[in-house]
Design a protein around this ligand. Sequence first.
Ligand SMILES: Nc1ncnc2c1ncn2[C@@H]1O[C@H](COP(=O)(O)OP(=O)(O)OP(=O)(O)O)[C@@H](O)[C@H]1O
Ligand SMILES: [Mg+2]
Length: 287
Amino acid sequence: MSAVIRFESYTWRYSRTKQPALDAIDLEIEEGAIVGVIGPNGSGKTTLAYSINGLIPRQEMGVRKGKVYVMGREVMAYTPAELCQRVGLVFSDPEAQFTAMTVEDEVVFGMENLGLPIEEIERRLAWVVPLTEIGPLMDKPPYEVSGGQKQRVALASVLAMRPPILVLDEPTTMLDPLGRRRVFQVLERLKREYQSTIIVIEHSLEHLIPLADHMVLLYYGKVLLADETEPFFERLAFLMEHDVFPPGVVEFFYHLKQAGEYPADAPLPLTVEDGTARLRELLGGKG
Ligand SMILES: Nc1ncnc2c1ncn2[C@@H]1O[C@H](COP(=O)(O)OP(=O)(O)OP(=O)(O)O)[C@@H](O)[C@H]1O
Ligand SMILES: [Mg+2]
């Protein structure tokens, strides 16, 4: 697999700040991977997202060093329109990106901007509307639907443009548990049906872990750990030292492993379902 995004000794420091928000980072993201990005507040996650879609440096003031390659080309070498077609960004506050009077217009707007023919717009609507379950909302004003619905509308309008890279910056932070679960259900379906590279910045590890192939820990401007999801969580003590608190099931099996009660070479279960199955095996084996 080839790297679809590559940071090379990349540094960004916002004007009037002393410390860089991202400090000489090296990071590769493979094509087709779903990558979870975590880290405490202020660790540089949003800065990373903006550095991929070009909002940095185009709309922010600061000092940039090193390189960010998106699909083989440096971000600065793209026009904003070119980059927009390659990287779709969904924010935690979806209202910030609404421009139309109805949900349908909102979803169609970006496709019209791309100059797509009407048949193609209809084809994509037929795909994205059921995927994000926004069918009943199409005639409503986008700012009048619930928070979770807004987020699915925002996701639909970005997906309709079929960007090969999708970046979601805390897409469920403003949602209640049900809204959060439904957004993650859409992402799960995307994982199966849409071969894009997806970067999800998210605090809810419980939802992120089953989705992500790779994980990245940002910590005050540095990439402290980047690995496939399972080996990433094998570094539990290190993660906890850096304010990452994985779901109970991961911690439980980690301690079993440390105590020699779980095979050292067996992968850590990352979900409650996995953990339950492993526990049955363990108990069954001894009973
Ligand atoms: N426009 C800006 N001007 C100056 N400093 C900024 C600006 N935006 C972010 N910063 C600073 O850059 C650092 C990284 O911020 P960033 O928003 O990327 O972190 P984050 O990981 O997304 O945090 P959060 O979890 O709160 O969203 C922080 O110290 C923040 O205060
Ligand atoms: Mg942020």
